[in-house]
Structures are given as C-alpha cells and as structure tokens.
Ligand binder design. Structure first.
Ligand code: PMP
Length: 362
C-alpha cells in the first residue's frame, strides 16, 4: 500500500504509532486476554482506563481541580443541546458569537431551550472575527458561546474573549489539544474527538463545578453534566473503544512533548501552506482575514473560484495520494486540515504539489 497523506477535516488522521498500540491491545487489553470491546464497563479494567484518560486530559491542559472531565456520547452536536439544557436556566437567555457554520448550528439548537442573543450581525460570509469592541454582549446572558475553530470556514480565535464575568463556553471540536489553553478562563470546554484527539463516538467535556446543578428539568439524564459527573461518566455503557482511542492519542501527544510542541508544529505546518497561498500572486486565495486564519483547517480557492481548475487540482492531488482535500460542500474549493497527526513532511509534500500546480497553470 503506498503512503497516503490524509488532509481530511474529520474523522481525521490518527498517528501511526497509535495504530500500532491499538493493534497490539485490540484483542488483549491491558493483559486481560480479552478485548475492551467485550469487557464490562463496571470492571476494574475499564475504571482504570476511565481514570487514566481523565488524568492525561488534566495533565495536558493543566485542568484546575474545580473542573470535572466528562466523556459523553452524542458527539459535538450532542453538546449543542447539552449546553443550553445545562446552563440556560439561570436567566433564560444566552449569547452566541457566530463565526461560522458550526457556531450557527449551535445557536439554532439553543433556541429550542431559551432566548438566544446573536452577538455579531448576521452574515453568511464567515471570513474573520469582528473586533471585540463591536460585540453586542448581553450582561444578563447565562453564558457566552463561541466556537474556537470553525472547521468549515477556517476561522480560529487567537484570543480568549473577555465576557465580563459571564461564563464562557467553547466548542473546541476542531482545535482541541492543538495548543495550551488557560482553562480557568472558561466555564465549559467541549468537543467531539474525531478530529484532533481520537475517533467518533465520544465528546470530551470540561465543566467548572459551580456551573453544575442548574440543568433544565427537561434535560435528558444522558446529556445532564451533573448526573454524568456524579456517575463518573459511567451512567450508561460509555463509548469505551472511542475513549480507549482518545486516551492513546492523548498519551501520544504527551510523548511528543505536549501542547507546546503541538502548537509549534501547527504554526509551522499552517505557515507553510499560507505562505504558498500568499506568494502565488492571487492564483491561490485564502478568504479568511489574517488574524483569524485557522492553524487546523485551511480553506482556499483557485483563481476567482475556478471550479474546473479546483477539480483538476484535487484530481492531481489524489494521484499523489494527497487525499480528502475537497472543501466542505457548503463552501466549495479546497481545504487542507493540518491536525496534530499530520506531519510536517506530509505538509511539505502538499506544498510542493501546490507550487508545481501553480507554476503549470499561471
Ligand atoms: N463543532 C465543530 C467545530 C465541528 O467541526 C463539528 C463536526 N465537524 C461539530 C461541532 C459536530 O460534531 P459531531 O459530528 O461530533 O456532532
């Protein structure tokens, strides 16, 4: 099998070393002689894994003691519902900072459970983050929701907003564990695992303890953070294999040098791509403002959105085993995702192809 370079936005590349570990332990987990797939979630074996994965999350992000770490089903979108169900009761209203398709979806879901104040003027051109001085924050909001990295539009926060004491809730699905984050500045951080930290089936939720115990009475137990915290994330049968994979990915991140190393590599990899775009005299075009350009998902167009040429680019890329580079169907074009598992060498291979394609067609 030739080497495949996977730039998919998610489910995304898992480090090769992690596959070796998973293969080894697949049908003999932790020396038990059986797979975790057929192990009781109430067993000591699973309790240990549950603790080990919580511990590595706490170490990597330096999570303070007054935050619970939860592993929940339902992915990122499960939490779009869980956030208002758990938090909106305080005032009945919440602030949503919509900077792309995913935060728009989160806001839409929240409207089912309370009043939603849109902090930014509505737009369908998500190409930056307006200066915080222009934001329409409601001091009465129960919380302020942001998506720290918009996977489709490639818009990433390079700052933590000042919400004047209102709890800040962040969807980090697509840049979780790509850099250090001061967890104490957030009320809640959540994300699906299938991009930077594992595989689909589990959402990682980090919640400050004082925000528990206020879920709406209609909140299903399975989405209730307080109920799940009390049950140590074993309320029902958890997505155990997804949690096993997440643990092995997080332990791999730790062995690589932790989040500082991931951040250094993300800057290096994304700069390689943005630099070719900038130096192409407009042949390639990145729509997002420089201060909000994502280091994880890099959408770009060719020419003035020349779809025929973009198709040719994607075909040529596939022939070189550079795969899953097609932009999301809502925006078209090309998108290179450079998550933690994607190596600098792989990005260099892509960049070489981008340069050759540009030279051939300009
Ligand atoms: N938030 C963001 C930023 C995402 O990129 C995604 C998935 N692409 C989601 C939420 C939804 O995640 P899930 O598919 O796990 O529900």
């Amino acid at each position: 099998m030739p080497k495949i370079h996977n730039f998919g936005a998610g489910p995304a590349k898992i480090p090769e070393e992690v596959y070796d570990i998973l293969k080894n332990e697949f049908n003999n987990f932790d020396g038990t002689g059986i797979s975790l797939l057929e192990t009781s979630h109430r067993s000591g074996t699973y309790l240990k894994l549950n603790k080990d994965v919580q511990d590595v999350v706490r170490r990597l992000l330096n999570v303070p003691d007054n935050y619970k770490i939860l592993f929940l089903s339902g992915g990122g979108q499960g939490q779009f519902a869980a956030v208002p169900l758990n938090l909106i009761s305080r005032t009945g209203t919440a602030d949503y900072v919509v900077t792309g398709a995913w935060s728009a979806k989160a806001a839409k879901e929240a409207k089912k459970y309370g009043k939603v104040n849109l902090v930014l003027p509505p737009t369908d051109r998500y190409d930056g983050i307006p200066d915080q001085s222009t934001w329409n924050l409601d001091p009465n909001a129960s919380y302020v929701h942001i998506c720290t990295n918009e996977t489709i539009h490639g818009v990433e926060f390079d700052f933590i907003p000042d919400t004047k004491g209102v709890p800040l809730v962040a969807d980090m699905s697509s840049n979780f564990m790509s850099k250090k984050v001061d967890v104490s500045k957030f009320g809640v951080i959540y994300g699906g695992a299938q991009k930077n930290i594992g595989t689909a089936g589990v959402a990682l939720v980090i919640v400050r303890e004082d925000l528990l115990n206020q879920a709406l009475p209609i909140c299903p137990s399975i989405l209730d953070w307080t109920v799940n915290a009390k049950a140590n994330s074993i309320l029902n049968t958890p997505p155990m294999f997804a949690i096993q994979v997440m643990g092995r990915v997080l332990q791999w991140i730790e062995r690589q040098g932790g989040l500082d190393k991931m951040a250094e590599m993300a800057t290096k990899k994304s700069s390689l791509i943005y630099d070719v775009i900038e130096q192409s005299n407009g042949f390639y075009y990145a729509p997002v403002a420089k201060n909000a350009r994502s280091k994880m998902n890099i959408p770009f167009r060719i020419g003035n959105a020349d779809e025929a040429l973009e198709k040719e680019f994607l075909k040529g890329a596939e022939a070189l085993n550079l795969i899953q580079l097609k932009g999301h169907r809502d925006v078209g074009g090309i998108r290179a995702s450079t998550y933690n598992a994607v190596t600098v060498e792989e990005v260099q291979t892509l960049v070489k192809y981008m340069k050759e394609f540009y030279q051939k067609h300009s």
